[in-house]
Design a protein around this ligand. Structure first.
Ligand SMILES: [Fe+2]
Length: 307
């Protein structure tokens, strides 16, 4: 299917209110107004209505991952592809499309139980984006939200088949020291980013590890790093440059336990398409030292983690 990338992400969190300060003040997100009675926090990265929603909820969990396609023909073709694979697809009604600010939306689950959505036509307002603090802007627009990394207790062959053959993602690699079938990085078919989503097998656990977002200016990575250190909000890994896709990034911990990979630079399809599959000996050229080792608090034992 012809997916452009991640258009929006929704998470649930008991700590959703903390995002109204952390999101804009530390990471520079804009805030979108919520409808009356909706306590969710909607973060903006560009002129789209919102990119990341934090809804009130009892546990930390990924509520939905919104994949964007160009238009109705691509939407219909994608649904046909899912149904041909015996994946149950639920069409979203007008109410849901309104909440997501899209023209059409459909819902389905992947083989390990994460909730995905497919949509086209998310609302936008030209020149409406105002960052939460002085900031050079995010890598978003036609690329959408960068990527996300999910933890899965099982990595059955059906998952790899689903991502590669049904979703139509390009294989990017198995990371540092990884093994296909235990860890996989995949890129939406039509994106120029090196990857859109990764699944990592951690027996007995599931949850969101991090969301990767790009910023236009390296200085904004440094400034965010300073703010996290000043406020003591914590990070999973320190500033560093990766090997597989050579972004400069660090991993601030959010009020919901998961991290962001806050990054600048890296590959585009022009370069990584020619290089082929990469097999790095180290995860980073420099830096990315563990600051808070172990899994983020958003990764929970399967008994307690709602799907
Ligand atoms: Fe990442």
């Amino acid at each position: 299917m012809d997916i452009l990338g991640i258009g929006y992400i929704g998470v649930e969190s008991p700590n959703h209110r903390e995002w109204t300060t952390f999101g804009p003040e530390v990471l520079g997100f804009g805030l979108a107004a919520a409808r009356e009675g909706d306590e969710s926090v909607y973060l903006r990265m560009d002129d789209r209505k919102y990119r990341i929603a934090i809804h009130p909820g009892e546990t930390e969990r990924v509520a939905y991952i919104g994949w964007e396609v160009a238009n109705r023909p691509a939407f219909d073709a994608a649904i046909a592809k899912l149904e041909a694979n015996d994946t149950e697809v639920t069409m979203g009604d007008e109410e849901l499309a309104g909440r997501r600010a899209v023209l059409e939306v459909a819902r389905f689950k992947d083989p390990v139980g994460y909730q995905h959505e497919l949509f086209f036509g998310q609302r936008f307002a030209s020149r409406s984006f105002v960052p939460g603090r002085p900031h050079g802007g995010f890598v978003a627009d036609e690329l959408g939200v960068g990527h996300m990394v999910l933890i899965t207790p099982e990595y059955p062959p059906e998952l790899d088949h689903f991502l590669s053959e049904v979703m139509g993602f390009r294989w990017f690699g198995q990371g540092f020291n990884g093994k296909r079938g235990q860890i996989g990085f995949y890129a939406a078919k039509l994106t120029t980013l090196s990857h859109s989503i990764a699944y990592i097998k951690v027996p007995g656990h599931r949850g969101l590890h991090h969301i990767g977002i790009g910023v236009n200016d390296l200085d904004d990575v440094g400034i965010a790093n300073d703010l996290v250190l000043e406020r003591g909000t914590g990070m999973v890994n320190s500033l560093g440059r990766h090997t597989q896709d050579p972004v400069i990034s660090f991993y601030p911990i959010t009020p919901s336990g998961f991290a962001f990979e806050y990054m600048n630079g890296g590959m585009t399809s022009d370069s990584w398409g020619l290089i082929g599959e990469r097999n790095p000996e180290r995860v980073s050229v420099w830096g990315h030292k563990p600051v808070s080792p172990g899994m983020p608090k958003s990764v929970l034992p399967v008994d307690s983690a709602a799907h």
